[in-house]
Design a protein. Structure first.
Lengths: 115, 114
């Protein structure tokens, strides 16, 4: 079964600085990968996903992620963060559960923007 | 378009009490899910329903039951609440349980069991 590791529980960064949130998954077989964002007191919403094709995936709000098969990583980046990016970010991978595919989730990384 | 709607948003229960969390989606999705979210543990799947009329256990089903009432509604029941069930519960739906399926989430129910 797949597992997902988010290496940092919290990442503090100054406003307008770049940020990278790290995600590693366990299996090197074909995978579909996702990043979701959870703003305070809200549900999760999709930020971006990798299904196939280009290893650099662009998402909403200026975020992008790079799929690296050899390192089994899917790190999330943004060149310049804003205070509105304060949220918790979850990495997820699809895995087979029974006869259906489900999402396996990382523990989350809280992005803390310092003014 | 409401998306996924959960009720209630907040609930406090005493140990041993029962309650049902309600979830409804208006996107004509086939698959629905119940997760719990605990600090530092991400989301853990409690139960899911791949399609109307079917339900299956997820990673942490003990202490819970579910009902897929129709295509729109998927409820989660705690028969005898325990403090270990204090958590934030999220309902989600997707078109179907394929590998590339995006999940849409409700805003969550914050449950405290005292």
């Amino acid at each position: 079964a797949q597992s997902v590791t988010q290496l940092d529980s919290q990442v503090p960064v100054f406003e307008e600085a770049p940020v990278e949130l790290r995600c590693n998954y366990s299996s090197s077989v074909s995978v579909y990968l996702f990043w979701y964002v959870q703003y305070p007191n809200q549900g999760l919403q999709l930020l971006l996903k990798y299904l196939s094709g280009s290893t650099l995936v662009k998402g909403i709000n200026g975020f992008e992620a790079e799929f690296n098969k050899s390192q089994t990583s899917f790190h999330l980046r943004k060149p310049s963060v804003h205070i509105s990016d304060t949220a918790e970010y979850f990495c997820a991978v699809s895995d087979l559960l029974g006869s259906n595919y489900q999402l396996i989730w990382g523990a989350g990384t809280k992005l803390i923007i310092k003014p | 378009n409401a998306g996924v709607t959960q009720t209630p948003k907040f609930q406090v229960l005493k140990t041993g009490q029962s309650m049902t969390l309600q979830c409804a989606q208006d996107m004509n999705h086939n698959s629905m899910y119940w997760y719990r979210q605990d600090p530092g543990m991400g989301l853990r799947l409690i139960y899911y329903s791949a399609s109307e009329g079917t339900t299956d256990k997820g990673e942490v089903p003990n202490g819970y039951n579910v009902s897929r009432l129709n295509k729109r509604e998927f409820s989660l029941r705690l028969e005898s609440a325990a403090p270990s069930q204090t958590s934030v519960y999220f309902c989600a739906s997707s078109i179907r349980g394929n590998m590339n399926t995006e999940a849409f989430f409700g805003q969550g129910t914050r449950l405290t069991v005292v």
